[in-house]
Ligand binder design. Structure first.
Ligand SMILES: C=C(O[C@@H]1C=C(C(=O)O)C=C[C@H]1O)C(=O)O
Length: 172
């Protein structure tokens, strides 16, 4: 189960939910990698990615979001997910004993990702002002560092979360 805090006083309250959701999305890449490893399913699925971008762009205006801004954010989420998948493949190739012994179905995982995408989109809309603020990069760094601790992230997942949150701030 995934830890979740609504408003830690020692992190930026307004970017915390968004960052925690991005961390949950980074974390689920472990299951995606386990579903694909040793199968013909490639890490990159451009058709599935395009579906996500189209859905995000279509839903953005009614949330008051610029479609291009929303798509840019989701591009970072998807690249981060693939960073984890590639990192785990390399780890499992080098250390087969660490490879997963059960293979979850992608069909069970993708609906969870869809749910995270919807929550991320909602939170993206809720954070428009803070994401445009000059203080955003500092707040985002603090929130991501906190999420690394909360989620017990190793270097691979922390790096991926850094990539996922690199598109949060819209100023500058
Ligand atoms: C997560 C998956 O792997 C990749 C990453 C995706 C994502 O982060 O949403 C989507 C498609 C794939 O390129 C998947 O295939 O579902």
């Amino acid at each position: 189960s995934s830890p979740s805090f609504s408003s830690p006083s020692f992190s930026s309250p307004s970017l915390w939910r968004l960052t925690d959701l991005a961390a949950q999305r980074v974390r689920i890449a472990d299951q995606v990698a386990a579903a694909k490893y040793g199968t013909p399913s490639p890490i990159d699925d451009p058709a599935r990615e395009q579906q996500i971008y189209d859905s995000v762009a279509a839903r953005a205006p009614q949330l008051g979001l610029d479609p291009a801004d929303a798509v840019r954010f989701f591009h970072a989420q998807i690249e981060a997910n693939k960073v984890v998948q590639r990192g785990l493949y390399a780890r499992w190739d080098a250390h087969p004993a660490e490879a997963p012994t059960t293979r979850p179905g992608l069909g069970q995982i993708r609906p969870v990702i869809d749910g995270l995408n919807t929550s991320l989109l909602t939170e993206l809309a809720a954070t428009i002002p803070v994401r445009a603020a000059r203080s955003c990069p500092a707040h985002q760094l603090v929130s991501a560092a906190f999420a690394d601790v909360v989620h017990h992230f190793d270097a691979l997942h922390a790096h991926a979360l850094g990539e996922a949150t690199s598109a949060t701030c819209t100023a500058g």
